[in-house]
Ligand binder design. Structure first.
Ligand code: HEC
Length: 185
């Protein structure tokens, strides 16, 4: 029994020291311009969802989704988020392929997460990714406005859709999908 425990301890030590040597000798890749393996993506997404479930308070959006607030949310998105998450002329973000992991394309593939989830991600950011914590950069009101906008990309009221069309020259995703979804790239 004592030998068995000693064996376990030595194995653990070898793994830890091996991992440290591997990292400290520079074998861990640090480039951001490659695609994460599928298993890594799946593991990380599952861990992220579980952490959200555990940590994110179930808040209700205190900002009413009026046309005015949604249009402001759209502007906040354009100024701060579109470079990674995709622009309102339905193109991928400039940095789509420049981060590890790559940023989800929220305009081309709208999210169906609840607002408390989106808000928590926006407010606190996502560690080990390029997703910043916006609580030091945007006001509470603005974070809720952009959250309201993101949560409704496919079901914006007509006036907000018109504003989108007029400003960016193309219709929002919901309007596109009515006439057979437009291609994505
Ligand atoms: C510098 C690039 C960058 C910018 C700018 C950025 N994000 Fe992100 N964002 C990311 C990345 C990368 C992820 C993916 C993290 C992951 O894979 O888990 C992400 C994830 C998200 C998610 C999804 C969280 C989840 O649970 O799946 C939301 C929502 C989000 N961002 C909203 C925003 C909003 C709103 C803004 C602007 C206020 C913004 N992001 C600005 C890079 C960015």
């Amino acid at each position: 029994m004592r030998n068995f425990i000693l064996g376990v301890i030595i194995t653990l030590l070898v793994l830890i020291v091996g991992g440290l040597v591997f990292a400290l000798l520079g074998f861990v890749p640090t480039n951001a311009d490659s695609t994460p393996p599928r298993i890594e993506t799946r593991l990380a997404n599952t861990a992220l969802d579980a952490s959200m479930e555990r940590h994110a308070p179930r808040l209700t959006n205190p900002v009413p989704p009026t046309d005015e607030n949604l249009i402001e949310g759209m502007k906040i998105y354009t100024m701060n988020c579109s470079v990674c998450h995709g622009t309102l002329d339905n193109k991928p973000g400039l940095l789509e392929k420049s981060l590890y992991p790559p940023p989800p394309q929220i305009i081309l593939e709208p999210m169906d997460d609840p607002e408390w989830h989106i808000y928590h991600a926006v407010r606190t950011g996502i560690r080990y990714t390029g997703m910043p914590a916006w609580n030091k950069a945007l006001t509470e009101q603005d974070m809720w406005k952009v959250t309201a906008f993101i949560a409704r990309i496919e079901k914006l009221p007509p006036a907000v859709q018109d504003y989108w069309k007029k400003s960016f020259g193309v219709a929002p995703p919901a309007a596109n999908s009515e006439g057979g979804k437009e291609h994505k790239d």
